[in-house]
Design a protein. Structure first.
Length: 594
């Protein structure tokens, strides 16, 4: 159950090879041994001493600590495990911290700190965000730079998931030219409510971590906090909406401060990660900030990009596939000043084509401005031509394996294939016999023999469908690419009254193979087996008590000629990107982006 959540380092042999592009840097073997110093006390300004594990390089011949000073890789780690010394947040705990012997044996000092109220660190437990835990992060940076024995004053931050988010909130408090010269906030993104935990306002698989998992992987204080949070959400209380509680832990709100710190940032996500959209949004916002563009706007063709912010989007879920050599390349570049070519790339997005199974490079997100609306027809056709006759389809709020619980629309085959590249918008005109609805849109690639490959999905809750216009992304026609919801309160629907619902499907890069079609499936619930099979995910799985009362009903999809329902596809020609094959992630290739 925890495997996707906690496996956050190590080489994935399916793609990680020994041939590295660019020719200026190659992986290298260990140069040092390692020496672990447990329970190092780091004083905070409020009198609390946080507990850290420090690992030093050692001389391979003598076993003594290596002479000289070294840069430090800092991880703020809440995940603990029971040991003979009690609960500890050692660098190798559960595989979530990157500051392990791999980096130490290549000339870095590792510092893994138990965050406040976790492991052996005292103090009140606090979820990552803009509060005291962020101030702790800032103070840790200066302590390891100025006070840690053996430190040369240069600091990198690293880690996945919780450890990724703590980096972002620490960076938001750091000035330009701080000791932090690089960070790698993996498995993290701009949003906490949207996408990962509450998606479009209906709790996802990820929310179950609060109820079931925090006790085991963090400790009792975090578990009690998680249980109380889960209770508020499941009962439809304050935390079921995007208010102050969620704002405190939303990096997108402080992304301007993160950008102002000017720290080279390597992002990491996967197409199946619950932060797939948020990580690519974070890439966009940091690139926008560097070049003085409106912070929250989509990137446009021709917008300048910098190799100081890069992202890897791979074929995995949360915490999967992370490669130590790639992190080493990043830290050697920025912490040791090695000439690797990494800063010079013109395509800082390194992306796995999910169906062609190969790496490609890109520069901008959204990946294209060329969107093609495909319209829903009552006959079950999905077509680039708007319907000429009005019609409708209906379905009921029910599990998708029950009768009348879903509707399917399919395109004609693409004779030469195509490339699907980026976030996908939807505009569905619908009404309900009740006071609320939920529409789930899933997109599949369909082979000539009828076999289906799921590409992506997204959803909308009718009572939470209001948008923040300044943050919406639309194409040149005004059709949705990435709508941005407010989620501040329920605004219930009038039975039988039709309205348009705009929402997004999670971004993908996928080659549609020649002769294959696309199918859009509209449904109202996620299969319970798919909910219980995952500990993290973005599917709408656990309606709140309030939603369970308001969602039942018959939903009518309106297919009017004047106000057609559609899915807005980022379609490019076949082979739109130059492939880099299945070898190493092409971090330092230089070519024009699309």
């Amino acid at each position: 159950m925890l495997s996707l959540f906690i496996v956050c380092h190590g080489v994935n042999p399916a793609w990680a090879q020994t041939s590295w592009p660019g020719g200026k840097w190659q992986p290298y073997p260990a140069k040092y041994g390692s020496m672990l110093i447990p329970e190092v006390s780091i004083p905070m300004s409020d009198g609390v001493n946080l507990i850290a594990t420090v690992i030093y390089p050692t001389d391979l011949a003598t076993g003594a600590r290596a002479a000289g000073k070294f840069p430090v890789i800092l991880a703020q780690n809440p995940y603990s495990q029971a040991t003979k010394r009690g609960r500890t947040c050692d660098s190798n705990t559960r595989g979530v911290s990157p500051g392990n012997e791999f980096f130490v044996t290549r000339g870095y000092i590792s510092v893994s700190v138990c965050t406040r109220g976790t492991g052996k660190s005292p103090g009140q437990y606090e979820y990552f965000g803009t509060g005291r835990v962020a101030q702790d992060g800032k103070e840790m940076v200066y302590w390891v730079a100025d006070k840690l024995e053996g430190s040369n004053g240069i600091v990198g931050m690293a880690g996945c998931s919780y450890l990724g988010f703590t980096q972002l909130f620490t960076a938001a408090l750091l000035p330009r030219n701080s000791p932090v010269k690089a960070m790698a906030p993996f498995c993290a993104g701009t949003e906490q409510y949207r996408e990962a935990n509450m998606g479009a306002g209906l709790p996802t698989q990820t929310i179950s971590l609060r109820a079931k998992v925090f006790y085991d992987i963090v400790g009792k204080a975090a578990g009690d906090w998680g249980a109380n949070s889960y209770k508020s959400i499941s009962e439809g209380g304050e935390q079921a909406y995007f208010g102050d509680y969620w704002k405190r832990s939303t990096p997108g709100i402080v992304v301007g401060d993160i950008a102002a710190a000017d720290i080279p940032t390597l992002l990491w996500t996967g197409w199946e990660d619950q932060y797939a959209m948020g990580a690519q949004e974070l890439y966009t916002y940091l690139q926008n900030a560097r070049f003085g563009r409106p912070l929250y706007s989509p990137m446009k063709p021709g917008d300048a990009v910098s190799g100081r912010t890069q992202i890897v989007v791979g074929p995995w879920g949360h915490g999967g596939g992370i490669d130590n050599n790639l992190q080493l390349l990043w830290f050697d570049t920025w912490l040791k000043g090695q000439d690797t070519g990494v800063p010079d790339t013109t395509t800082p997005m390194h992306m796995w084509d999910a169906t062609a199974k190969q790496w490609v490079n890109n520069a901008r997100f959204p990946m294209t401005a060329n969107y093609t609306p495909y319209y829903l027809d009552a006959s079950g056709v999905l077509s680039p031509r708007a319907p000429t006759l009005a019609g409708s389809n209906a379905m009921v709020w029910a599990q998708p394996n029950l009768p009348n619980s879903s509707i399917s629309y399919i395109t004609a085959p693409f004779p030469a294939g195509a490339t699907l590249a980026g976030p996908i918008g939807a505009r569905i005109h619908a009404s309900t016999s009740g006071s609320n609805l939920v529409l789930i849109a899933s997109l599949f690639e369909i082979a000539p023999n009828g076999s289906a490959t799921k590409l992506t999905s997204g959803y909308v809750v009718g009572s939470l469908a209001d948008k923040e216009p300044a943050r919406n992304w639309s194409d040149a026609k005004g059709l949705p690419i990435r709508p941005y919801g407010t989620f501040d309160r329920d605004r219930y629907l009038t039975p039988g009254q039709e309205r348009a619902f705009d929402f997004w499907l999670s971004p993908r890069l996928a080659s549609i193979r020649p002769g294959h079609s696309l199918r859009l499936l509209l449904s109202t619930q996620t299969l319970q087996a798919e909910c219980s099979a995952k500990s993290v995910g973005v599917d709408p799985c656990y309606p709140t008590a309030v939603q369970q009362k308001s969602l039942p009903g018959t939903y009518t999809i309106a297919l009017s000629t004047a106000t057609p329902s559609l899915v807005n596809l980022p379609l490019l020609p076949p082979n739109a990107y130059k492939a880099r094959g299945g070898g190493a992630i092409p971090l330092v290739w230089h070519e024009s982006g699309n």
